[in-house]
Design a protein around this ligand. Structure first.
Ligand code: FES
Length: 122
């Protein structure tokens, strides 16, 4: 039988207004908690490039060119991208996908709201 991982109360929901994010320490590890449009996501606060504090970076969107837009620059994923403060690598918050390197994807944590608390499963 698979062992259920422990659920941990992170902080009151009121500490995470829509669009906010912060880094919390859980069992000695730093985790970035993000409220993106009322949906919560969590990523390790560790950029795989050179181990920078990824989740202290700003949250925004990004510019991209796609065949669907005739290769015109377009602003996409507004409020869904965190940019590492050290060298600017961008990651999609909900999936952990690095935008520049398709082979790089961060782990994500299960995070949800329960009885007014933001909860996380490691
Ligand atoms: S350490 Fe994050 S971009 Fe370099």
């Amino acid at each position: 039988m698979a062992q259920q991982r422990e659920a941990i109360a992170v902080a009151p929901l009121a500490d995470f207004p829509d669009g906010s994010h912060k880094v919390v320490k859980i069992n000695g590890r730093e985790v970035g908690i993000f409220n993106v449009g009322g949906t919560f996501h969590a990523l390790p606060n560790l950029c795989p490039h050179q181990l920078g504090p990824l989740c202290l970076g700003r949250v925004s969107g990004t510019l991209d060119r796609r065949p669907e837009t005739g290769w015109q620059l377009q602003w996409i994923h507004d409020g869904e991208i965190v940019t590492c403060p050290w060298h600017g690598m961008e990651y999609h918050i909900s999936t952990g996908q690095c935008l520049a390197y398709p082979e790089v994807r961060l782990r994500t944590y299960e995070v949800w709201v329960e009885d007014g608390m933001v909860m996380l499963r490691k």
